[in-house]
Design a protein around this ligand. Structure first.
Ligand code: CA
Length: 482
C-alpha cells in the first residue's frame, strides 16, 4: 500500500470513530460474503425464472432474503470487478478496458490503482479478516494483486480461465493458467473440472477459521465463464448441457456456504450476496435484450439475491435501481464505517432498500451504461435512453412496461428523451465519453513499468496482442506504481 493510500485510510478512520456504531452493528458487526459468478445471465437461475437449471439452494436463498430485480454490473469482467471493489464507475478509475483487449490480459501493464480505497481496505480497518477466493482480474502485477488492495489472503486465479495455452484463438499465445496463493504462483491449472469444488473448499476453510471474528469473504467464482467445466458429480446431470452442470455445481457451492454458516451458528450474523459480473455468454438473459458485452439490459442487469436472516425480510424484492457500486458504501456503513469522503464515490448506501424501510428509493437519478469508454445509454426511473438502440439509432424505452427494450417511444416522449440526453451530457463532463471527451473527474489508472507474466511462455514469446487498436488517450492520467 502506498503512503498516500494509508493517509487516506487513516483520515477516514479517524472520522469514523466520531460516529457511534449503527444500531444494526451493535455488538458484533456482520460478516459479509459476496458470491460473484462469471458470465451468468439474468435468466439462468430459478429465482429469476430459469426452468432449465436446477438451483434449489438459490431458490431457498431467495425465499429467505431479497431479490433485487434492477441490479446492475458492467458489461464485461474487469470493469465489473473494478466497480464492485471501488464503488465507482469503471471509467472513473480507468478500468473500463484492458490495455489491448476489452479486459486485462496476462502481464498487462495496467491494473487497479493502489491509491483507490477498496471495500476490503475499509473493512480491514474495521478489523475484519478479508479473503478473495476465486478470480481477481484487476491486474496481475504485484501492486495490483488482492493482498496489496485490502485482502489478507488470496487464493485463486489472476484473470479469466480462457487465457490458457489451449486457447489459441487470435494467436494469443497464452502461458499456463496460474493458481495463486497471496502473491505466489503455487501451480498451473490444467484441469478446470475441479475448480469450483477447490474454491469452495478454500472458502469454507476461511469461514471456519474466522467464525469468531467479523470477516469479509469475496468469492468471485471462475465458472461459468467459458471454457465451461463441472466436477465429476455434476457432469451430465443437468438437462442443460455443460452450462447447466456448471450452474448446478455453483448452486451446490452456495448450499455448502449456508450449511457451514448454520453449523457454526453464525448464519444470523452474516449477510450473503449472490450476483453475476455481466450478462450471459452461454446462458440466457431471460426477458432481457442483449447478452454479455451489451449495453442493453441483458448485458448489465444481473440476477441478485441478498440474505441476512432477521435483518432482511424473507421473500422480499425490490425493483429500485441498485448496482455493484453500492456494495462499498453499504457494507462500509453496516461495518460502522463509511465510504471515503475525499473522492467521488458513485455507489449509494442501499441498506434502507435492503431493510425495506418505508419509502426507501434508489440513489440514482441517472445510471450510466458504458461500453469500454463509450457512454451508450442512461436510465432514470423507468426510462432508458439508448443512443445505439434499434438500428443503431437513439431509442427511448419504458423499462417498467417493456423490460425487453422492444418499443422505441422517442417520438411519443420527446421531453423525456431530452431530459435523459441532458443527464448524459453531465456524465460526459464528469466521466467522459470516448477519447475526445476525457472527463474532468476521472482518476489515474495503475501502471506498472515493464510488466512480467506470472508464468513465462514455454516458447519464450509474450502473450499475443491481437489486432485491437486502442487509443492511449483513453487514459488521461496514469499512476506509475514501480
Ligand atoms: Ca465476466
Amino acid at each position: 500500500m502506498t503512503p498516500r493510500a494509508l493517509t487516506n485510510i487513516t483520515l477516514f478512520c479517524i472520522s469514523c470513530s466520531l460516529f457511534p456504531l449503527n444500531a444494526e452493528t451493535d455488538s458484533r458487526p456482520p460478516n459479509f460474503i459476496v458470491i460473484f459468478i462469471d458470465d451468468m445471465g439474468y435468466g439462468d437461475i430459478g429465482p429469476f425464472g430459469s426452468t432449465l437449471n436446477r438451483t434449489p439452494n438459490l431458490d431457498r436463498m431467495a425465499k429467505e432474503g431479497m431479490r433485487l430485480t434492477s441490479f446492475y454490473a458492467a458489461p464485461v469482467c474487469t470493469p465489473s470487478r473494478a466497480a464492485l471493489m471501488t464503488g465507482c464507475y469503471p471509467k472513473r478509475v480507468g478500468l473500463m478496458y484492458g490495455s489491448w483487449h476489452p479486459v486485462l490480459m496476462p502481464g498487462d501493464e495496467h491494473g487497479i490503482n493502489p491509491d483507490e480505497i477498496t471495500i476490503a481496505e475499509i473493512l480491514k480497518h474495521r478489523e475484519y479478516a478479508t479473503a478473495c477466493i476465486g478470480k481477481w482480474h484487476l491486474g496481475d502485477q504485484p501492486a495490483f494483486l488482492p493482498t496489496n488492495n485490502g485482502f489478507d489472503t488470496f487464493y485463486g486465479t489472476p484473470y479469466s480461465n480462457d487465457m490458457y495455452p489451449g486457447n489459441t484463438g487470435k494467436s494469443r499465445n497464452f502461458p499456463p493458467y496460474p493458481l495463486m496463493r497471496d502473491e505466489k504462483v503455487i501451480g498451473e491449472i490444467t484441469d478446470q473440472n475441479t475448480i469450483t469444488k477447490n474454491l469452495t473448499d478454500q472458502a469454507l476453510r476461511f469461514i471456519e477459521e474466522n467464525q469468531s471474528n467479523p470477516f469479509f469473504l469475496y468469492m468471485p467464482h471462475v465458472m461459468v465463464h467459458h471454457p465451461l467445466h463441472a466436477g465429476q458429480e455434476f457432469q451430465g446431470k443437468s438437462s442443460n448441457g455443460i452450462l447447466g452442470d456448471a450452474i448446478e455445481e455453483i448452486d451446490w457451492s452456495v448450499g455448502e456456504v449456508f450449511k457451514t454458516l448454520k453449523r457454526l451458528e453464525i448464519d444470523n450474523d452474516t449477510l450473503v450476496m449472490f450476483t453475476s459480473d455481466n450478462g450471459p455468454a452461454a446462458g440466457i438473459a431471460g426477458p432481457l435484450r442483449g447478452k454479455k458485452g451489451s449495453t442493453f439490459e441483458g448485458g448489465m442487469r444481473e440476477p441478485c439475491i441478498v440474505r441476512w436472516p432477521g435483518r432482511i425480510g424473507a421473500g422480499t424484492q425490490t425493483d429500485e435501481i441498485t448496482s455493484t457500486m453500492d456494495l462499498l458504501p453499504t457494507l462500509a456503513r453496516l461495518a460502522g464505517s463509511s465510504a471515503p469522503s475525499d473522492r467521488i464515490i458513485d455507489g449509494h448506501d442501499i441498506w434502507p432498500i435492503l431493510s425495506d424501510q418505508l419509502g426507501a428509493r434508489s440513489g440514482y437519478e441517472a445510471l450510466y451504461y458504458y461500453s469500454r469508454d463509450n457512454l451508450n445509454a442512461v436510465r432514470s426511473g423507468p426510462w432508458k435512453l439508448h443512443l445505439k438502440g434499434d438500428n443503431g439509432k437513439p431509442a427511448l424505452y419504458q423499462l417498467n412496461n417493456d423490460i425487453g427494450e422492444t418499443t422505441n417511444l422517442i417520438e411519443e416522449h420527446p421531453a423525456i428523451a431530452e431530459r435523459l440526453a441532458a443527464l448524459m451530457e453531465n456524465a460526459r463532463i464528469d466521466l467522459g465519453d470516448g477519447s475526445d471527451r476525457p472527463g474532468k473527474n476521472v482518476r489515474p489508472i495503475g501502471f506498472w513499468k515493464n510488466p512480467k507474466q506470472l508464468i513465462p511462455n514455454a516458447n519464450g514469446k509474450p502473450v499475443g496482442r491481437g489486432d485491437l487498436k486502442i487509443d492511449p488517450q483513453m487514459w488521461p492520467t496514469r499512476h506509475v506504481v514501480n
